[in-house]
Design a protein around this ligand. Structure first.
Ligand code: PLP
Length: 427
C-alpha cells in the first residue's frame, strides 16, 4: 500500500481541529505496520474481497473519519448505512463502557436484561410479536426464511417457494445469495439454493402472476438499496400486503438497510401503513456494532427449541447498545428532524440536477441515489475521496448517499460543494 495523497485537503479551515492534531500525534502508535503503509507491494494479510483505497482509517466522530495521515473525510457512507448516529456517538461509547464492565456474554441459552428490554421495545414499536437476534443482516434474513419454511410445513405443506425481486439484495450467505437478484450470483458459488424465484421490483402484476399455490412467501426490500436506491411506485407495499393476505402467503420485508429511521420513519413499512408478517433489521440497529433482528407476527412465531441458535445471539453488550440507539431514534422529534435533513439533501441534489451535473435523484429519508449523465460514478467516487468526501458508486452511473441521521445542514452543503467540483471533472 502507499500513503494517502499528500494533496492539500480542500475542506475548510475548521478541519484542523484539536481532534485532528490528536490523530496526527497518535499515528506513531498505529497498529498497521510500516510496511503495510509504505509503497512496498507487501502481500496483504487480508483476503482480496474488494478494492480498498490505499488509506487506513483510524478514528471517527459524528460525520467525520480521519485516516492515519490525519486527513479527514466527510462520511456519507457511514459503514453502508450502519452508523445511524454517526461515528462513535456518546450513547454507544457510554453503553459499551458500562455494559462491558457488567456482563458481555452469559450464554445465548440464558436470559439477560438488555436482550429482554430491546426485544420488548422492538415488539412494542413494530406491532409484531416476537424477536430473534443475530449478528448480521444476512443471518436475520436466513432466520426469516427458516421461520417462513417452518410456518409453511405446518400450514401449507406443498408450498416451498419464495418470490423475491430482480436486483434485490439480501446478503452473502449461500442461501441469501440465492434469494438475492444480483446478476451472476446464481453461478458464482454454484450450486445455488433452490426455492427462490425473481420478479421485477415494483411490478405488482408480475408479483401477482408469480404467486401460486406453491408459494410460501414474498420477500423484498421496501427500497432496493444495493441496486441503487430503487424506490417502488407509491402503494406497492400495500398492494403486496393485500396480495399476501388474499393468497395466504407471508410478506417478509428486508429492512436491514431501510429500518431504524433511515427513511424518516422507524420502519419503512410505516410509510404505507402496513405490517409485514416478518421483518429483518440489521445495519443501523446497532449504530455501528454487529447486531440484527428478525421480528415476526404471532401466527408465524413457530420455532421450537433446537430450530435456531447462534453463539452470540442477543448478547447483552450488543443489545444494550441497540437499545440506546433505538431509544434515541424512535422519538417523533428525532424522526421529524431526519425528514427535515432529508428535505435539505433533496433540495441540494435538485440544484445539482438543475445545473446538469446529475440527471435525477431518488430515495427517502437519508438514503439517496443520484444518477450521473455517464458511467463515471467510480471516478467521481475516487475524486470525492481525494477531496475528503466518502460516497458510494452503487452502479456505473449512480452515486449513493447514506449519511448519519444526525448530519447537519452545513455538512450537507459541504458534501454538495465537493460533489459539484467532482462531477465537473471528466470521467
Ligand atoms: N439486506 C439488505 C437490504 C442489505 O442492504 C444488506 C447489506 O447491505 C444485507 C441484507 C446483508 O447484511 P449483512 O452484510 O449485515 O449480512
Amino acid at each position: 500500500m502507499t500513503k494517502s495523497s499528500s494533496k492539500t485537503n480542500t475542506l475548510p479551515a475548521t478541519a484542523a481541529t484539536p481532534a485532528t492534531q490528536t490523530v496526527r500525534a497518535a499515528q506513531t502508535s498505529s497498529v498497521v505496520s510500516e510496511s503495510a503503509l509504505s509503497g512496498t507491494p507487501a502481500p496483504s494479510p487480508l483476503m482480496r474481497i474488494t478494492e480498498r483505497p490505499e488509506i487506513v482509517m483510524e478514528r471517527g466522530q459524528g460525520s467525520w473519519l480521519w485516516d492515519s495521515n490525519g486527513k479527514r473525510y466527510l462520511d456519507f457512507i457511514q459503514g453502508w448505512a450502519v452508523n445511524s448516529l454517526g461515528h462513535c456517538p456518546a450513547e454507544i461509547v457510554d453503553t459499551l463502557i458500562t455494559q462491558s464492565s457488567r456482563l458481555i456474554t452469559p450464554s445465548p441459552a440464558l436470559h439477560n436484561k438488555p436482550q429482554l428490554e430491546l426485544a420488548s421495545r422492538l415488539v412494542e414499536l413494530s406491532g409484531l410479536h416476537q424477536v430473534h437476534f443475530s449478528n448480521s443482516g444476512s443471518e436475520a434474513n436466513e432466520v426469516a426464511v427458516k421461520l417462513a419454511r417452518k410456518w409453511g410445513q405446518q400450514h401449507k405443506p406443498d408450498a416451498r417457494h419464495i418470490v423475491t425481486t430482480v436486483n434485490g439484495f439480501h446478503g452473502r450467505t449461500l442461501a441469501m445469495m440465492s434469494a438475492s437478484g444480483k446478476a451472476g450470483w446464481d453461478q458464482l458459488f454454484a450450486p445455488s439454493m433452490p426455492g427462490f424465484s425473481k420478479v421485477p421490483f415494483g411490478d405488482i402484476e408480475a408479483m401477482k402472476a408469480a404467486v401460486d399455490e406453491k408459494t410460501l412467501a414474498i420477500m423484498l426490500e421496501p427500497i432496493q438499496g444495493e441496486a441503487g436506491v430503487i424506490t417502488p411506485p407509491a402503494g406497492y407495499l400495500a398492494q403486496l400486503r393485500d396480495l399476501a393476505d388474499e393468497r395466504n402467503v407471508l410478506l417478509i420485508l428486508d429492512e436491514v438497510q431501510t429500518g431504524v429511521g433511515r427513511t424518516g420513519a422507524l420502519f419503512a413499512f410505516e410509510h404505507e401503513a402496513i405490517t409485514p408478517d416478518i421483518v429483518s433489521l440489521g445495519k443501523g440497529l446497532g449504530g455501528g456494532v454487529p447486531i440484527s433482528a428478525t421480528l415476526a407476527a404471532k401466527h408465524v412465531c413457530c420455532f421450537e427449541p433446537g430450530d435456531q441458535g447462534g453463539t452470540f445471539n442477543g448478547n447483552p453488550l450488543m443489545t444494550a447498545v441497540a437499545s440506546a440507539v433505538v431509544s434515541r431514534i424512535a422519538s417523533a422529534d428525532f424522526l421529524h428532524q431526519v425528514q427535515q435533513r432529508a428535505e435539505t439533501l433533496q433540495q441540494a441534489m435538485k440544484k445539482l440536477q438543475s445545473e446538469g451535473l446529475i440527471t435525477s435523484s431518488r430515495g427517502r429519508g437519508l438514503l439517496w441515489a443520484m444518477d450521473l449523465p455517464g458511467n463515471h460514478a467510480v471516478s467521481t467516487q475516487a475524486a470525492a475521496l481525494e477531496e475528503g468526501l466518502l460516497v458510494n458508486a452503487a452502479r456505473p452511473a449512480t452515486i449513493r448517499l447514506m449519511p448519519s441521521l444526525l448530519v447537519t445542514d452545513s455538512e450537507i452543503a459541504l458534501s454538495m460543494d465537493i460533489l459539484h467540483r467532482c462531477l465537473q471533472q471528466p470521467g
